[in-house]
Design a protein around this ligand. Sequence first.
Ligand code: UDP
Ligand code: MG
Length: 317
Amino acid sequence: MSQVSIVAPLYNEQATFPHLVKRLNALMDTSDLDIDVVLVDDGSRDQTAVMMSDLALNDPRYHAVFLSRNYGHQTALTAGLAVARGTEAVMVIDGDLQDPPELVTSFYAKLKEGYDVVYAVRQKRKEGIVKRSAYFLFYRFLASISSIKIPLDSGDFAMMSRRVVNVMNSMPEESRYLRGMRSWIGFKQIGMPYERDERIAGEAKYSFKMLWRLAYNGIFNFSEYPIKFITNLGLWTLGFAVIYLIYNLVRKFAYDDVPQGFTATIFLITLFSGVQLIALGIIGEYVLRIFFQVKGRPLFIIREQIKDSQPVGQGEV
Ligand code: UDP
Ligand code: MG
């Protein structure tokens, strides 16, 4: 069993796959660490799965896990973490080489200094300005409303000690936001700056919709602020309505000048209907999470696995 496992999720990555394997091989050939790699096929529809099994059957350092369908990046990582056997640590990277795997050495050195989580902090993003600013704003917004401290500008690229991985594997939450769960676990954590590379080949698999969902999970899984906010908003609105009522009563009885504002009435009704719908939506968001969690379904289903390791924690084989 190796010291460190590297976990990489792959979804339709046939174009990046050869590059990934080349980099990982070069790394494992030269590193002093004893490393193995867990590749997770997240229901790819191209040649990724075939390439993965060829590799895993021929090279003992590679394990291949094939999920029963496409579950999404976070769940694919969850499956990888459940299967990874690295006795000391597990490092999580993207399969498109945006996260340089060579950092395993410096991450591991930090781990040996007594840290349990070493997470990468992006210095520069090489993505377009729109995506960059969206990320920038989102992380700051999330930090300001979140009930736990989630480091800014850090993604899933990180190394976690065996005990942190074990805790993570035992967390049953259905909608997963791994970087948040990782912070929640605690122990000593440290950020390491790095420059995020461009994707080596192929297209980004995260659609806008998926990023939106990830952002939603970040907010609703780690913050009670939205629900507090609507309660407060409701109270303020109520206060305002009472004051407004008193004001109008005084005007009616003291001066007998009835306010005429029909427009204002309609506007207020529309405005507060909107506020109420948003409030219901926010409550719905939390209820939905309870609904999915209560079903207690396995987080992922493994269709096939090459190598002997059995998943622990969540999930079904
Ligand atoms: N990925 C996955 N399942 C998905 C979408 C993406 O396993 O449903 C993998 C993908 O193959 C890549 C990593 O997650 O290795 C990050 O995806 P991508 O590069 O598309 O995301 P971005 O870099 O744009 O955040
Ligand atoms: Mg990418």
